[in-house]
Each structure stands twice: as structure tokens, then as C-alpha cells.
Design a binder for this molecule. Structure first.
Ligand code: SIN
Ligand code: FE2
Length: 224
């Protein structure tokens, strides 16, 4: 009942009106419960179209590990990693082609969520799409490959629930564990823009929207 109500509120009203369903995560960091719930099926359809052109792949870290999270991107640039480092690239290294354009639906959702989280001027140019299958995890890290650290990060969860880990400025700061469900959107920036964060090992399950996985979209302004 709570989640349906949150989705309805998010649907009828925009921006700060999602206030009732907003949970603080830290300074200028919030979880917007159910903010993307109404659009979730349309987002999944768009993800499928993107994946048809730029398939999910498990990339290799600079240290030589294969990531358990499969990734792809849309937008002007996409985040990649390989033996030579982490960076943004205008080209998908697997296809040699530009990343698929960011759908208007994605950009609008990310901008509305950022505004609801107190960042009214956000214009994302990159969307990283993560796929977590049961057992996959994303260890604590900072998003710091972007040229513009004044812009927030907007993270949209779809499908299976996960534990979002939201820590502090130091890797050793004990992270908060926040359950993130399909349709929830996290926004962080300003003093918490470089907070360490991650996703705990995904538990097995089945979700009507995504099947046996969690999909996450992170929107960032990568270029200055
Ligand atoms: C990320 O930190 O890039 C994604 C986090 C998530 O999947 O929720
Ligand atoms: Fe991240």
C-alpha cells in the first residue's frame, strides 16, 4: 500500500512534492521512494532497445578483475574500465560505435529526480546501465571520473531489491545500509558527491519487471 501510494504521489506531483516519500541519506543526499515507479515499465523497454545496440558486458578493472556487474551506457559518453584505467568514452569499445543516445524519458526522469533532491540545474550527459544477477555486487567506490563534480549523481533502481551502501568521504567510514527497491531513486551531490557507495551481494529472486536481476541506471554529468 505504501509503495503504491508513493508511486501515485510521484506521478501526480513533481519535484519537492515527493517530499513525503523522501528519506535523507546524508548532507544533500536523499532516497526518493518510488519516484520512478510509474515510468519503470517504459524505462525497461528503453533499456532493452539500448542493450540491443550496446550489449551488457562484464568489464575488466585496471587490476585485472572481471566485474560481477554487467554494464552498458547511453548518452554522449559511457563509463568504461579496462587494464588501462577507468574513464568515459564517446565510443563503445565492444562495437566501435557511439553509445546509443539517451532517451528523452531518461533525461527528463533524471532531471526531475535531481530537482526533487535539490539540484534543479542537473543536465546529465551519461547514463550507466548496470545489471546485477544474483551474487553480483559493487564494492565501495567513489564516482570521481566526471569532469563536473558540482553535478549530482542520480541512481534509479529497477527490479530485484538490493542493499545500497552509502558511506562517507573515507573508504573506512562504515556505510549505511539502505534497502533500495524497484522505482526508488537516490540522489547525492554537494558535500556527499564523493561519498563511498556500493551495492551488497544481490540475493536471488524473481521480479515481474526484470526477471532474475536488478537493473540500475546512474545519471551523471561526465563532461564539463
Ligand atoms: C553505481 O554506483 O554506479 C551504481 C550503484 C547502483 O547500482 O545502485
Ligand atoms: Fe557509483
Amino acid at each position: 500500500m505504501g509503495r503504491i501510494r508513493n508511486a501515485a504521489i510521484g506521478d501526480l506531483l513533481s519535484g519537492a512534492a515527493a517530499g513525503q516519500a523522501t528519506e535523507p541519506l546524508g548532507e544533500r543526499a536523499v532516497m526518493l521512494r518510488g519516484f520512478a515507479a510509474a515510468e519503470a515499465p517504459a524505462i525497461m523497454e528503453a533499456v532493452q532497445a539500448i542493450v540491443a545496440a550496446a550489449p551488457f558486458r562484464n568489464m575488466i578493472t585496471p587490476g585485472g578483475y572481471r566485474m560481477s556487474v554487467a554494464m552498458t551506457s547511453c548518452g554522449r559518453v559511457g563509463w568504461i574500465t579496462d587494464r588501462s584505467g577507468y574513464r568515459y568514452s564517446p565510443v563503445d569499445p565492444d562495437t566501435g560505435l557511439a553509445w546509443p543516445p539517451m532517451p528523452g524519458l531518461f533525461r527528463t526522469l533524471a532531471e526531475r529526480a535531481a530537482a526533487a533532491g535539490g539540484f534543479p540545474d542537473f543536465v546529465p550527459d551519461s547514463c550507466l546501465i548496470n545489471r546485477y544477477e544474483p551474487g553480483a555486487r559493487l564494492s565501495l567506490h567513489q564516482d570521481k571520473d566526471e569532469q563536473d563534480l558540482d553535478a549530482p549523481v542520480v541512481s534509479v533502481a529497477l527490479g530485484l531489491p538490493a542493499m545500497f551502501l552509502f558511506g562517507g568521504a573515507e573508504r573506512g567510514d562504515r556505510p549505511r545500509r539502505i534497502r533500495m527497491e524497484s522505482g526508488d531513486v537516490a540522489v547525492w551531490g554537494g558535500p556527499t558527491r564523493l561519498a563511498f557507495h556500493g551495492i551488497d551481494t544481490l540475493a536471488d529472486g524473481e521480479h515481474s519487471l526484470t526477471g532474475r536481476c536488478r537493473i540500475n541506471l546512474t545519471f551523471r554529468k561526465a563532461l564539463s
